[in-house]
Design a protein around this ligand. Structure first.
Ligand code: ADP
Ligand code: MG
Length: 186
């Protein structure tokens, strides 16, 4: 069931043009700024967008210029993902499996990260996340106690997705649709 949904979400996302990705991403950034007081956070977790993923780089750039610490994830082995600081938007290299990896080797301790923006294929009104199937965010977020925000296009925010006992729900989901902030668990 999760596999079918993953394929469907990827098809929908791949159908977006580059212009749509950028314009929808800009709207999502506007929603992030209106729903979250970013001045409260000094160390923020983001990600480098893959394919047509929501592109938060303009926001990351703005925050870096304000002197904030931006950390992005790197997969260390089959089970482990950690976050590392970047100095600017180009402070990464293409790692194994063509994934963009931060250059830094200094792990940011989990307790120091104040908010994490999490990408995904689908999110449900119950705030569950469907990822690529590696379970990396589930393992990372299991003992992370600060704020976690799901980021997605409006068509990726749906009523229900199947979840398992190890799936970790997010605090809120932000899409380009301002009304989505009022969706609650049914
Ligand atoms: P995703 O979250 O990327 O959509 P899944 O939720 O399907 O992927 O999880 C993928 C795999 O990760 C599962 O088969 C599960 O066994 C493993 N997994 C997830 N969380 C944990 C955990 N806390 N401890 C051990 N394995 C986990
Ligand atoms: Mg999961």
């Amino acid at each position: 069931m999760k596999e079918v949904l993953r394929k469907q979400a990827l098809e929908l996302r791949n159908a977006l043009t580059k212009e749509e990705v950028l314009s929808r991403s800009r709207k999502i950034i506007t929603q992030i700024k209106s729903q979250i007081d970013l001045s409260n956070y000094q160390v923020l977790g983001f990600y480098m967008p893959l394919g047509n993923e929501v592109d938060l780089r303009p926001l990351m750039k703005e925050l870096l210029e304000m002197g904030k610490t931006i950390v992005i994830p790197k997969v260390l082995d089959k089970e482990t993902m950690e976050f590392f600081p970047i100095k600017d938007l180009f402070d990464y290299h293409i790692g194994t499996f063509k994934v963009l990896e931060p250059n830094s080797n200094k792990i940011m301790p989990k307790t120091k990260i104040e908010i994490i923006f999490v990408p995904g294929l689908y999110f449900s009104y119950q705030k569950y996340r469907l990822g690529f199937g590696g379970g990396f965010y589930d393992r990372y977020l299991k003992d992370y106690s600060n704020k976690k925000i799901g980021v997605a296009y409006s068509f990726q925010y749906i009523k229900e997705i199947p979840y398992n006992e190890y799936d970790i729900p997010l605090d809120i989901i932000i899409t380009e649709n301002p009304l989505h902030q009022f969706h609650d668990e049914d």
